[in-house]
Design a binder for this molecule. Sequence first.
Ligand code: FAD
Length: 284
Amino acid sequence: MVESFFPDNLEKALELRQKKEIRPIAGGTDLMVRWRRPAGILPAFSGDMLFTKNIAEMNILQKKDTCLYIGANTTLAQLIEWKWTPRLLRLALLEMAAPAVRNVGTIAGNICNASPAGDTLPPLYALDAVVCLQGAAGIRELPVSSFITGPGRTVLKRDELLIGIKLFFPAPDNDMVFYKKVAVRRAAAIAKISLAMRSSKKNGYVKTIAVAIGAVGPTVVRLPEIERLAEGKAVLNAELLKTIYGEYDKFIQPIDDVRSTADYRRQTARNLLHHVYDNCIKWN
Ligand SMILES: Cc1cc2nc3c(=O)[nH]c(=O)nc-3n(C[C@H](O)[C@H](O)[C@H](O)COP(=O)(O)OP(=O)(O)OC[C@H]3O[C@@H](n4cnc5c(N)ncnc54)[C@H](O)[C@@H]3O)c2cc1C
C-alpha cells in the first residue's frame, strides 16, 4: 500500500529519504498531473510520498548580505510578490501557469521536474543560480546547470532533497533584462521555446551578457565561452555575429513534439538570438 508522510522538519524528512524509496512532492502540480486518473478519482501514486510543505527549513525566504536564499517550498506566487526577486526571474514567473497553479507550484518543483521547457530555468541559468541539496552526507551546492542532466533527469541522490536556491545579490550585471516565452498563449501554456537574457554595458562596451535558451535541447542551453566573445566590444560586427550564431547553432537541437516542430523551434531560437545580440549594445 502506498503511504504518505508529512514531516515537519528536515531531520525527519532526510531520515525517511535514507530509509526508504520515497518520492518528494511539493505543490504536486507536476506530479498530480503525471499520475492523474479520471475526474473525481484521486491520483494513483506509484510509491510512498514525502510531502515537503511542512518542512520548516524549506520554507525560508531571505536576503543575506550578498545572497538571496529561496527555500525549496517557495511558491511561484510568493516569488512574484517578493521584493528582492531578480527582475529577470519575475518576468518569467509572470508568464507561468495561472494564479491557482502559481499559489501551490514551487520553485523546487519546477527545477527538479527538469523539463527543458520549465519557465524558471532559463532565468536561473542566466542568473548563475546555485541549488542547495541536503542528504545523509551533508549539504552540497551546485550550479543549476550542473544539477540538471536531461529531460526529467538531475543529479539528486536517492537520499537527498533540494532544500533551497541561492542567487547573487544584487543580481549579476543586469542593466538590461529580456525574457521571451513563445507559446500558444502568453501564460497558462507550456513554452515552445523561451529565452532569458541579461546584459550590461560600461563606457560604451559590452560588460557582460548572459543568454539562456529553453526547449531547444535536452537541457537549457547557455554558452558562457560564446558570451565572452561579445564582452568588451563596442560593436558586434557582422563577422563576430556570424561566429556567435554559428556556435549556438551547434547546440540548438530541438525536437518535434506535441507543442511544436523542431524546425519552428530552431528558427525561432535563431530569431531571438539575433534580437538579443544585435540589440545588446543599443539597449543598455
Ligand atoms: C495547469 C498547469 C499549468 C502549468 N503551467 C506551467 C508553465 O507555464 N510553466 C512551467 O514551467 N510549468 C508549468 N506547469 C508545471 C508546474 O506547475 C511547475 O513545474 C511547478 O513549478 C511544479 O512545482 P510543484 O511544487 O507543484 O512540483 P511537484 O509536482 O510537487 O514536483 C515536481 C518534481 O519535483 C520533485 N520535487 C519537488 N520538490 C522537491 C524537493 N524539495 N527536492 C527534490 N525533489 C523535489 C518531485 O519529486 C517531482 O519530480 C503547469 C502545471 C499545471 C498543472
